[in-house]
Design a protein around this ligand. Structure first.
Ligand SMILES: [Zn+2]
Length: 234
């Protein structure tokens, strides 16, 4: 027996937004008409944000009209009785945070995006690195460096688990089996460590990114010469 869900304003708004689905658009008028008894329904929508919902308006998405909204992510389904996941992640701060970010090259260890880069499927939204646990704290994971990794705000958001269709083990193995032996060995190493280690190429790129502009140009030009020579001798 499930207890009936209390039809609060937030629940009604969540139900309407969820009915549009990820990628769905709606106007302010549609929203007001869908929940006529909710005052300031557009403000209630903002209350969904801390629960993992992302709803773009024209201010963050120039493709939208001023009265239009776009559903980017559906978070905790309060309209289906889901409760907000408890924050079990202790904030890792200070030197430890810097050490992990440095080690991981300020790159999300799950999806590979770097701090400050735009998400390819969400123009205008940039990646912010957080520190996540490989083994979650509620399953006995510790705050040791070996159990921590850099994660972008999207991959680190635990409420994502509920909204994204997870792949099957069979699918993942099929994809993994396509790679070369070298790829497989790399992948296996990452799986063992629970995080990807930046490749030598990526490390060099990180070093290069820290150079002053003029030196970056010098190095880039010198490398271009090597590439051209290499192409000629092929
Ligand atoms: Zn990520």
């Amino acid at each position: 027996m499930s207890t009936p869900i209390r039809r609060t304003s937030l629940v009604k708004v969540a139900e309407f937004v969820a009915s549009k689905g990820v990628g769905g658009k709606f106007s302010k008028l549609e929203l007001f008409e869908a929940v006529p008894d909710v005052s300031q329904a557009d403000r209630r929508m903002r209350d969904l944000r801390p629960m993992g919902w992302t709803i773009d308006n024209y201010k963050v998405n120039p493709n939208l009209r001023p009265d239009e909204y776009l559903v980017r992510e559906i978070g905790t389904r309060v309209d289906l009785g889901e409760t907000r996941p408890k924050t079990i992640r202790k904030n890792i701060t200070g030197p430890k945070r810097r050490r992990i970010l440095e080690r991981d090259g300020h790159m999300c260890q799950v999806c590979g995006i770097r701090a400050g880069q735009e998400f390819p499927d969400a123009p205008g939204r940039t990646a912010v690195m957080t520190i996540g646990h490989i083994i979650p704290v509620n399953r006995g994971g510790t705050n040791d460096d070996a159990n921590l990794r850099a994660e972008c705000q999207r991959c680190g958001d635990e409420s994502r688990d509920i909204t994204v269709d997870p792949p099957t083990g069979h699918q993942v193995l099929t994809h993994a089996s396509r790679g070369s032996l070298k790829d497989k060995r790399t992948l296996y190493g990452w799986m063992q460590a629970g995080r990807r280690t930046p490749s030598d190429t990526e490390r060099v790129f990180q070093e290069w990114s820290r150079l002053p502009h003029s030196e970056r140009m010098q190095v880039m030009t010198a490398l271009a010469e090597q590439v051209i020579k290499g192409l000629e001798s092929e």
